[in-house]
Every structure is written in structure tokens, then in C-alpha cells.
Design a protein around this ligand. Sequence first.
Ligand code: PEP
Length: 243
Amino acid sequence: MARRATPLIAGNWKLFKGPAEAASFCSALAARLGAAAGADVVVCPPHVSLAAAAAALAGSRVRVFAQNAAWQETGALTGEVSPAMLLEAGAVGTIVGHSERRQQFGDTDETVVRRAAHALEAGLDVIACVGELEAEREAGETGEVLRRQVGALAAALGPHERLTLAYEPVWAIGTGRTATPEQAQGAHALIRGLLDVPILYGGSVKPDNAAELLSRPDVDGALVGGASLDVESFAGICAAAGG
Ligand code: PEP
């Protein structure tokens, strides 16, 4: 099975922290985390703050990922940023297919696959997000949704060594409602049967629930939104993961 040697804790900053704030946050985070290497740590600033974050984290063990990437390098794609541009800014990976992109900016299974495929080809690590809406879970459609979303990625990409999935039940993102460890484990086991790559859990992960979620056998790390915006709470989650 494709598992990580150490858990991955990735902080998705969403639309927070411009360059100056990103730089001071990253300096403080690097100092707070020190050299302990029990977890791999990633921050995902807005595009405009990638270079500042990368500069502030140079020489540290914290890596910088983007929150989205275009499916081609250049062209008539107003508002998009390509993998080569992200690499030049200091990012070494990217999130694709976050539910906020799917719901508010028109990303589909097809465009998520295209974004992931091109980012991998360009040399970036990729965290591809999947997850069901609350209505879909209540209707008993979680398995069907995950099979569709993960199936599209599996068919196009297979178990690529730089591909990680994030299971993010949409009803748990930014709501303070976390999937139970059993719900997370059940979804992760289903996903792993479709595509054997490391799988992060995301959805209201906090310092006080991280250890229990991360203890489940198919949970390889966490994608953290709100709690990644504060050095102490993000460091607390990294500590719960062993680093
Ligand atoms: C996310 O943005 O991917 C996320 C999981 O957010 P939160 O931790 O705030 O629920």
C-alpha cells in the first residue's frame, strides 16, 4: 500500500495572509516547529504570497504549496497561474479540486483531473481534494460521490508517487463539525480501494481532535483550513502528528 513514512500536515490558508503577513507567519512557524521531523509540514498561501512564504521558510523543513494550478503553461486563461510560474515563485506542490473551487469557481471532475495531470507533469506534488456534500451523505450517496470523483483521478493518473488525495466532507469544512474518526476511516478505506495513494483528512481539524483522527489506519495526514492560520494551533496539530 502507498503510505507515507510520516504524516503530512498541510495548512490551506484560503484567502488570508498577503505577502508581509505570510512572511512573518512563516518565520514564526519555522522557529516554533524547529527541527523535529515526525511530520511533514506544508503551508498553502494565496498565489501572491507564495514567494514571500518560500523566502521566509528557506532552510526550514516547511514546504510551500499553492492552492490551485492551471492545466496549461501559457495562454488565454485570465486569472489562472501555471505550474511553471508556481515553481518559479517557490512552490513545490499544489492543492487542486478543493470544494470551494468546485462549488464557487466551476471546477468539475474533468477540470480537476486536467489540473492535477498538468501539475504532476510539470514536477509539482499534488493534493487532490474529494468529498461529499451534506445532502449527499444524508441521501446515502457518499460512496457513489467518492467513486465518481476518485475514479476520474484514478483513470487518468493512476497511483502517481507525487499524488496525495484529501478526503474533505464538505459539511465539515469551516463548520466546526468534524467527521467522526470512524466516518473518516470508512471513507479513506473506500478511497484507498479506488486509488492507492496517501490520503489526508480535512474538515475542522483542530489541535484537540487531530491525534484521534490521525490514529486511524487509513488516515495519512490532515489538510487544515481555519486552524492553520494561527501559529500555535497549526503547531499543535503538527505536534499531534508527531512533529
Ligand atoms: C480546508 O479548507 O481544506 C479545510 C479543511 O478547512 P477547515 O479546517 O477550516 O474546515
